[in-house]
Write a protein that binds this ligand. Structure first.
Ligand SMILES: Cc1cc2nc3c(=O)[nH]c(=O)nc-3n(C[C@H](O)[C@H](O)[C@H](O)COP(=O)(O)O)c2cc1C
Length: 310
């Protein structure tokens, strides 16, 4: 009996009432709408799929160039380009909802009203397991200040969205703050079922010959291995500050990275930039976690959550 347990370690985790077969999801914006990756892997083996973030209306995105490679990472200034809710539901969702894995919809608005309308509209749509709200967008009504940079604004926004949906609600936090535990608490008090962190770090790069920015938008978001140690630190801080589950994101390319996040307190992880380098990365991470559990004779991945020792 014991042998059997060790040969088939239990990779399942829970994010509130959302149950995942394994803790490895793909991060929004780095996995298209899922279908683009079907030739590289069995999508049903993923813990969850999170498609590119959607807004109420279509968004054209930022001027090119939108991607710039840096040492150990990349900058992107895609500008949340997406076809909008109506086209997403009509053209992308039919494929996604047929998958056997969990489907988490990442969304964002320019105003609180837009967030609430989107959450309400998605609430009644079949095939959606949970919502992930990206609070890293500028609130145009508050002079462009990012919703997720102020704990009170995060609280108010999450409270309003909470009333609009019965789906499990994950709030994706921005790392561009002095104290990420404050916005995490704001999300928790507002009624979030979980927080995911981190989104990208505001950054820029200069071409020294043209003396111009490398990105058309001047600023972009830094992601990839370069941000991992900061993201691990933030996950550990947030894990100790809130009672709701934490989802770890930032520079994960291999199983060891994911395990580090889990030990720091993440109940699950998301793979982002690594998908763009190796389209099979997410499933390789899940497979590597299984091997680690076997090697360390750990029957359940959830036994490792937050087991980091100082
Ligand atoms: C090209 C690109 C597009 C992204 N688009 C979104 C998005 O639409 N919504 C969102 O919440 N995060 C978006 N992100 C952030 C990622 O989901 C992730 O939080 C971040 O890249 C850090 O993880 P990583 O280092 O594994 O890439 C995007 C990231 C990249 C690189």
């Amino acid at each position: 009996m014991r042998m059997k347990t060790l040969q088939r370690p239990d990779l399942s985790v829970s994010i509130g009432r959302l149950r995942l077969n394994n803790p490895v999801m793909v991060a929004s914006g780095t996995f298209g709408y899922g279908q683009e990756f079907e030739d590289f892997m069995d999508l049903n083996q993923l813990g969850a799929v999170i498609p590119k973030g959607i807004s109420l209306d279509p968004m054209p995105g930022n001027p090119p160039p939108r991607i710039f490679e840096t040492d150990g990472g990349m900058l992107n200034s895609i500008g949340l380009q997406n076809p909008g809710l109506r086209i997403f539901i009509k053209e992308k969702l039919p494929y996604l909802r047929k998958l056997k894995t969990e489907l988490i919809i990442n969304f964002f608005g320019n105003t609180q009203k837009e967030y609430v309308r989107l959450a309400g509209a998605l609430d009644g749509v079949a095939g959606i397991s949970a919502l992930e709200m990206n609070v890293s967008c500028p609130n145009v009504k508050c002079g462009g200040i990012v919703f997720g940079s102020d704990p009170k604004m995060t609280y108010r926004l999450v409270s309003a969205v909470r009333k609009a949906t019965a789906l499990p609600l994950i709030v994706k936090l921005s790392p561009n703050v002095t104290d990420i535990t404050a916005t995490a608490r704001g999300a928790e008090e507002g009624g979030a079922d979980a927080v995911s962190l981190v989104n990208t770090f505001k950054a820029m790069a200069i071409n020294i010959y043209s003396r111009k920015p490398e990105l058309g938008n001047v600023f972009g978001g830094l992601s990839g291995p370069a941000i991992k140690p900061i993201a691990v630190r933030m996950v550990w801080e947030v894990y100790r500050a809130v009672k709701i589950p934490v989802i770890g994101i930032g520079g994960i390319v291999k199983a060891e990275d994911a395990i580090e996040f889990i030990l720091a307190g993440a109940s699950a992880v998301q793979i982002g930039t690594a998908n763009l380098i190796n389209p099979g990365a997410a499933l390789e991470v899940a497979e590597g976690i299984k091997k680690y559990l076997l090697r360390t004779k750990t029957p359940r991945i959830r036994d490792l959550i937050g087991m980091f020792e100082i």
